[in-house]
Design a protein around this ligand. Structure first.
Ligand code: 5RP
Length: 218
């Protein structure tokens, strides 16, 4: 199977985790897009969605699926989103699509986080995928210098502005042995909005598309 076929396989499998009659959080990226395509078939079974990006909101609306502002919602039953990397503890690197901050907010509000990915995303140690950090534009150079002190090599994702009006630094050359600690350390740098480590709030379930079917890790 190609990576895209695995993503489609796992996106369809995630429909089992949709709680009927509730509001569902929806992530960003190609795997999340496949999930939206699958969700369209059962759209009448849910109350609506909260999207983690403008792009996802547009895709949901194109199918006639209701999209709510997070501030008008009390509860999200489940959040379904992809990842750039996951370890066996379901600590994730996310933000390849630049939506990490809204993804982290929607994940925080959700009762359950179901992560969907193709099996190439499972790694022993996080960090081969450059860690995205969302930064207030005027703090870009300062934050980059602080990230170098933490052992990383930050690269400005030039030309990209997040849905929140900020910039992204992708931090290379990190071998992330302690994801919870590093997530906090980076978030304490003044000017950082958040970083793409999802370790303090990891996924609850990881569904991996593979040649031999969907694998479930929890
Ligand atoms: C977007 C993300 C995505 O979940 C991540 O980049 C994975 O993307 P894809 O499903 O296209 O492989 O965090 O900000």
């Amino acid at each position: 199977m190609t990576p895209d076929e695995k993503k489609q396989q796992v996106a369809r499998a995630a429909l089992e985790y949709v709680v009927p009659g509730t509001i569902i959080g929806i992530g960003t990226g190609s795997t999340a897009n496949y999930f939206v395509d699958a969700l369209a078939h059962i759209k009448n079974k849910i109350e609506g969605t909260v999207a983690s990006s403008n792009a996802t909101a547009e895709r949901l609306k194109s199918y006639g699926i209701p999209v709510f502002e997070l501030n008008s919602v009390d509860e999200i039953s489940v959040y379904i989103d992809g990842a750039d990397e996951s370890n066996r503890y379901l600590h994730l690197i996310k933000g390849g699509g630049g939506a990490l901050t809204r993804e982290k907010i929607v994940a925080a509000v959700s009762n359950r986080f179901v992560c969907i990915a193709d099996d190439s995303k499972l790694v022993d140690v996080l960090g081969k995928f450059p860690l995205p950090v969302e930064v207030i534009p005027m703090a870009r150079s300062y934050v980059a210098r602080q990230l170098v002190k933490l052992g990383g090599k930050p690269v400005w994702r030039e030309g990209v502005t997040t849905d929140n009006g900020n910039v992204i630094l992708d931090v290379h050359h990190l071998e992330i042995a302690e994801p919870v600690k590093l997530e906090s350390e980076i978030n304490q740098i003044v000017g950082v909005v958040t970083n793409g480590l999802f370790a303090k709030r990891p996924a609850d379930i990881l569904l991996l598309g593979s040649d031999t079917g969907v694998k479930v890790l929890d």
